[in-house]
Design a binder for this molecule. Structure first.
Ligand code: AMP
Ligand code: MG
Length: 348
């Protein structure tokens, strides 16, 4: 299949450039499009044949449900059962934006979207290109990240092109994704509001509106089964083996010890270091990728997936990553890092 690439300057474009991808979606095809979190791979959320193509193109396991993207609040009522005041409050505070909410679904939502669950995940993205595309297509779009299953999610269009060229009808290049990590998944369908996946909206921000919100225990204890089916899969894995470095303080003695230990442990392997600018500067005798300023976790988050892919481009075999504070965006960063490392750490 030939994949058409449409380049858009996100600050200066005519909506009609989105007519073609909207038509592809209406005809049951697949379109990769930018959102503020990561690039999404969209299909008509009400068309089973189109949805099957998403799982095929990505190699995604069928028991991993999809997030449905909408552009207007009216579309929500078509898809989900009646909801209460809390949902309304959360929606008005965080939509459009990087928050996915789990609702009780209506029958119109096909089982393949929800992997047979009686709930459905919905998000209204803040990306103008994404919303305009949904509006023009005039259908809700089921859209997982636009990467092959298991690989880091794409935050730049080159990674979408790398993974999906020849497999889908169209890719919209709208520049780099600002948040760079996927949405927070918040389950409001049960008794207690629960975060199933940390992401672009922090727990601290949710607490301001939902005082009793909790984390799914499986996010804290990796031996428990997550409530969110997709969270159990290996994810965000580059070819390189990733290790998270755990230490108390990085003085010159420690840096010497780390360098010696790593040389000994990974004989003849190409090693890379990843972390904040402040961290990687201490290991500059090695191949390093800086994710940004240590004090700016949003910047670190936005560069993480891109960096994981870059190590592969440079044939790095072992990546040693800094570990980040488990608060604010740090929770989502550490969740993705731990998964990409398969929870492997080096303690020193
Ligand atoms: P992705 O589309 O790859 O960003 O992943 C979507 C995430 O949302 C996965 O972790 C899914 O398991 C989760 N998800 C989607 N629908 C539901 C649902 N109805 N209940 C719980 N988690 C869901
Ligand atoms: Mg994904």
């Amino acid at each position: 299949m030939e994949t058409k690439i449409i380049r858009i300057d996100k600050d200066n474009y005519f909506n009609k450039i989105l007519n073609y991808p909207a038509k592809v979606l209406n005809e049951g095809g697949l379109v990769a499009f930018p959102t503020e979190t990561v690039y999404g791979l969209g299909a008509n959320a009400l068309d089973e044949d189109a949805l099957l193509k998403i799982f095929e193109a990505k190699g995604r396991p069928a028991d991993n449900p999809l997030i449905v993207h909408i552009a207007n609040i009216d579309e929500l009522d078509v898809l989900v059962e009646e909801y209460g005041l809390l949902e309304k409050k959360v929606i008005s505070k965080f939509w459009p934006g990087p928050l996915t909410i789990i609702f009780k679904k209506k029958d119109i939502v096909p089982d393949i979207v929800t992997a047979g669950l009686d709930t459905v995940a919905i998000r209204m993205p803040s990306s103008k290109i994404a919303r305009k595309l949904i509006e023009l297509a005039n259908i809700p779009l089921a859209a997982p990240s636009a990467n092959l299953s298991g690989k880091p999610s794409p935050t730049v269009v080159d990674h979408v092109i790398e993974d999906l060229t020849g497999k889908i009808e169209c890719i919209i290049d709208g520049g780099n994704c600002e948040v760079g990590l996927e949405s927070t998944v918040l389950d409001l369908s049960g008794e207690i509001p629960t975060v199933l996946r940390p992401g672009g909206v922090t727990y601290e921000k949710l607490l301001e509106v939902i005082p009793n919100v909790i984390f799914d225990e499986a996010l804290i204890n990796k031996d428990m089964t997550p409530k969110s089916p997709g969270m159990k899969y290996v994810h965000y894995s580059p070819e390189a083996e990733v290790y998270i470095l755990e230490y108390d303080e990085l003085n010159s003695q420690k840096i010497f010890e780390i360098n010696s230990l790593i040389k000994e442990k990974f004989i003849n392997k190409k090693i890379g270091f990843m972390g904040s600018r402040q961290f990687v500067n201490k290991f500059n005798k090695n191949f390093t990728i800086s994710l940004g300023n240590k004090e700016d976790l949003n910047e670190i988050a936005s560069n993480l997936f891109n960096a994981l892919r870059k190590f592969d481009e440079h044939d790095v075999e072992v990546v040693i990553s800094e570990s980040f504070k488990n608060e604010g965006m740090g929770v989502a960063i550490m969740n993705r890092l731990n998964k990409s490392a398969g929870y492997k750490t080096i303690k020193i």
